[in-house]
Design a protein around this ligand. Structure first.
Ligand SMILES: Cc1cc2nc3c(=O)[nH]c(=O)nc-3n(C[C@H](O)[C@H](O)[C@H](O)COP(=O)(O)O)c2cc1C
Length: 224
């Protein structure tokens, strides 16, 4: 695939075929993804690729803790609820997804079910937990670097015919993830990425999220 086709074609995938993903394919994707640039080439990331029984244990633990009302325990700082224009964009993508899935805003049961899918890693056959070296805690650049590798990861997956979604929800109960993904104590969990072959009949997979126009985003300086 051409670079433009990958970038313009990629979408977040939230419904998967149960088919396992061969280890070699994941290796190829990670080989591409880890070409991501990082500050002074420090490459602070660690990618924990989880499948099968350990992933099922994470799904179960996440679900149980959320249903029991255990507060989220992320290992990186959070911003609290989005407000203003950011909240507006958050609602816009949620509305696109709910509309295509036939979920009404008032339908609390189906909305909660959708949230729980995220805690189950969207039932994907693979979850890649992204962590960074704890010695870099407090250095925002390490998080920037991990963002770069995650972006490469989802695009590399797409280029190989797989789908993925970056899934902040999946690591909100970080002790569960840490235990079953065997994450060492000297690493900080940043996020995770659900990955697998996209289900053909899952309408949310076709949603194309909107982007701000270039002229709104950019400030050209010194051009003719
Ligand atoms: C840091 C981060 C966390 C995210 N967490 C979630 C999540 O928990 N659940 C979800 O459905 N999508 C999640 N996403 C996916 C975004 O909703 C998605 O990338 C955005 O709406 C743009 O859509 P696209 O990826 O299809 O272009 C996350 C994306 C990022 C970058």
């Amino acid at each position: 695939m051409l670079f433009d086709e990958v970038i313009m074609g990629r979408r977040s995938i939230r419904g998967y075929k149960p088919d396992p993903v061969p280890k070699d394919v994941i290796r190829e994707i990670i080989t591409l993804a880890t070409r991501a640039p990082s500050s002074m080439n420090t490459q602070p990331w660690h990618l924990h690729v989880v499948t099968g029984e350990p992933l099922d244990r994470i799904r179960k633990g996440n679900t149980e803790r959320n249903q029991a009302g255990v507060p989220a325990s992320r290992e990186i700082r959070m911003h609290g609820p989005y407000e203003g224009i950011h909240r507006k964009r958050q609602i816009e993508i949620a509305a696109q997804l709910f509309e295509t899935m036939g979920i009404e805003w008032q339908d609390k049961v189906r909305r909660q079910d959708w949230v729980m899918r995220g805690f189950r890693q969207f039932d994907a056959p693979v979850s890649i937990v992204v962590a960074f070296d704890k010695s870099l805690t407090g250095n925002d650049i390490a998080i920037f670097d991990c963002g770069a590798v995650v972006n490469c990861l989802v695009n590399a997956a797409w280029s190989k015919g797989l789908g993925a979604v970056i899934n902040g929800q999946g690591i909100m109960q970080s002790p569960v993830v840490r235990e079953h993904a065997l994450i060492p104590d000297d690493q900080v969990i940043m996020s995770c990425v659900a990955m697998g072959y996209p289900a053909d009949d899952f309408s949310a997979n076709d949603v194309v999220s909107r982007r701000r126009p270039v002229d709104e985003v950019v400030n050209f300086v010194g051009f003719e």
